[in-house]
Design a protein around this ligand. Sequence first.
Ligand code: ATP
Length: 364
Amino acid sequence: MIEAVGLVKTFGDFTAVRGVSLHVPEGQILALLGHNGAGKTTTTRMLAAILAPTEGYARIAGYDTVTQALEVRRIIGHLTELPGLYNRMRVVEYLDFFGELQGVPKKLRQERIEEMLQRFDLWETRRLRIGEYSKGMRQKTALIRALIHNPKVLFLDEPTSAMDPHSAKMVRDAIAELKQAKHSIILCTHNLYEAEALADNIAIIRKGQIVIEGTSEELKRKLLGVPLYRVQLNCSLETGLPSRLAEMVEVVEQGERSFTFRTEQAEQNNHRVLSLLAEANLEVTTLSEVPRSLESVYLKIAGQPQDNEVNRDEMEQSLKKQRSRAKKSHNFSAAADASDAGEDLAAIAEVSEQEEVQKKGALK
Ligand code: ATP
């Protein structure tokens, strides 16, 4: 449903995304994890037909994101990190406006708006203007906007970052339901619990490249090795463990009433361990896998040496060139905004990139 091959994105001389390939089948969620500036948002913007890739291509439900950008935008929902909301509008008006733009018939969009405002606890406050909403309420509004046309494909950038735990759970439940209903989702998040709870696959991006991808269990196994198991007994181990145990598994730690072991073949060995302990009259209370967190995986990746660190000088040079290009093309307002801060400089590239996508779309 979502397919990208060798996506590269350069902003002037700076390469933000370096050959990202990914595949998300129908009804699956891929979580993109990575440090600030790793390239997650840039990747999703290319997938959402907002930015044209410098190299590579992406297809959403078979539509090319450059030559069929309009078709792509019709079938996706995109929750951006910093959604532009119209502060003077009331939420119902705002959602109705976007629902109409997405071609949702009036009656259906009224029903969907009410249903979603109820679901995300915004019904009571629907008469406030969006500018009067809190951060979390604004984020929920942006999420509803992304969902209003019931898109088959969703790109969700930090969907719960501003939310209280109750609201975040509500949104996670909604995402899980969308998966059940066969929607395909890319979720960019710094919340590792969220990634683990929701995603079928997790990809970690570093400096614009996917460095590892797989299920949470696969990543743990690859980076943290085989799992450990802990046995809790309801009797003392003062006479020691049965000697044959060492032939089956590697005991890594022994306490007064417990021990921990490692085995490559848990399915075959764990029940043999239990039988052996029973034969030795050592009564077992629990045998369980020692929990390992996705955080340990993430930190292990993060702790690896960084060979091609983002070079701020390289980026500054590139931004200067973009500013000068924008001035030359009489895009003074973008250039003026850009002179304020690095973040605003992005506007120049965005303006020209959006033009580029539109031009390519028009050439179709
Ligand atoms: P975060 O977790 O902070 O949201 P991210 O992984 O989403 O980070 P991106 O927003 O994709 O990161 O940015 C990747 C790199 O590309 C950053 O160094 C950023 O400064 C740069 N970048 C993004 N957009 C532009 C732009 N329009 N012009 C110039 N550089 C850009």
